[in-house]
Write a protein that binds this ligand. Structure first.
Ligand code: SAM
Ligand code: SF4
Ligand code: SF4
Length: 331
């Protein structure tokens, strides 16, 4: 096991398999800042699945328990099921999850199940078709995503949903989303809008806190707290007392959870970030391509993790410092 300077183990790895995306969510990749010709990582700059596998192998030897495939939009790499199958075959006890906007999910679902993907999280910020289309930037149809969610729920038996709330934009969706997904096997998580990167025009006034949401949901029915399944879990979980699913709150602004943060992030270009708010990443692609073996990659990861003291959300400053965008770090 590897522990950082604050005694936190390396437990989770989020892998951004691409920083590109087919959506332009206003809070993540606003269309005006990310035109179609934006220089996303591509071609030989992208880590190959083999290279990703070598980083995972090193992290597993340091105690890694869970990988989450993210981006950008991870399903833009349509061969992703091959990476999942390889990871599940080589590291059977490693939990592998996927977080996606759902656009290509239905088409890839059978291959993802066959690859033994453990869990899927789909982002959905509104049940109002026009609002959904506006928030996701590219005029996508809500119906496609709802169909993908239903299909994933059938295929996996359970799904997590992510909703980012922006005050005055989609906070009218709290009750409609909660009512629609109040069913067994659904876990709807409300995420506080975060000051990730520098391009999403974040302001604290736009944040809808988890406590505000919880208070509104309590008017819909009785909610009982659910104990954390493991330390480092980002979401505060509540179950509907009638057994109809769960809601969760990722209160990264109002109640930061750096204290037991066990997450490291691998960018699409092979840079490793020890915090979502890191200003710099550590280049792993160069040693990987220079032929570093498992022992060397493990030593490198150990050095980076054991030197870590990040707790940005607890220290949150005025936000003026240089930061990497979320799509690059891996959300
Ligand atoms: N494209 C995939 C998706 O949207 O699910 C995966 C990557 S996305 C960066 C991962 C999650 O981060 C999504 O649920 C998204 O809503 C969330 N997210 C993006 N920008 C955010 C922000 N500024 N604050 C809070 N959550 C954010
Ligand atoms: Fe793309 Fe996900 Fe960011 Fe939306 S939140 S722009 S779907 S990466
Ligand atoms: Fe972890 Fe950094 Fe987020 Fe704190 S701010 S929870 S250290 S990723």
């Amino acid at each position: 096991m590897a522990y950082d300077l604050l005694g936190r183990p390396l437990r989770d790895l989020r892998i951004s398999v691409t920083d590109n995306c087919n959506f332009r969510c206003t809070y993540c990749m606003p269309a005006e800042a990310f035109p179609a010709d934006f220089p996303f990582v591509k071609g030989s700059q992208l880590l190959t699945f083999d290279e990703i596998g070598r980083v995972v192998e090193a992290a597993v030897s340091l105690g890694l328990k869970k990988v989450k495939l993210t981006g950008g939009e991870p399903l833009m790499r349509s061969l992703l099921p091959e990476l999942i199958l390889e990871l599940k075959t080589r590291f059977p006890s490693l939990e592998v999850g996927l977080i996606t906007n759902g656009l290509h999910l239905k088409a890839l679902l059978h291959r993802l199940v066959a690859a033994r993907l453990d869990s899927v999280t789909i982002s959905i910020d509104s049940l109002d078709p026009d609002q959904f289309s506006e928030l996701t930037g590219n005029g996508h149809r809500l119906e496609t995503i709802v169909e993908a969610i239903e299909a994933a729920h059938q295929a996996f038996g359970a799904v997590k949903l992510n909703t980012v709330l922006l005050k005055g934009k989609n906070d009218d969706q709290i009750e409609p989303l909660a009512r629609f997904f109040r069913r067994p096997g659904f876990r709807l998580r409300f995420i506080e809008f975060m000051d990730v990167g520098t391009l999403n025009r974040w302001s604290r006034e736009q944040v809808v806190t988890g406590d505000e949401v919880l208070a509104r949901l309590r008017a819909l029915g009785t909610l009982t707290p659910v104990a954390k399944h493991h330390p480092g879990e980002t979401s505060e979980r509540w179950a509907w007392a009638d057994g109809q699913g769960e809601v969760g709150f990722i209160n990264s602004i109002s109640r930061p959870f750096c204290g037991d943060c066990s997450r490291v992030r691998l960018g699409a270009d092979g840079r490793l970030y020890t915090c979502l708010f890191s200003a710099v990443g550590h280049d792993l692609r160069t040693p990987l391509r220079a032929g570093a073996d498992l022992g060397e990659m493990t030593a490198l990861l150990r050095t980076l993790w054991t030197g870590r003291s990040d707790r940005y959300s607890e220290l949150r400053t005025d936000g003026s410092g240089k930061r990497i965008e979320m799509f690059a770090v891996g959300g």
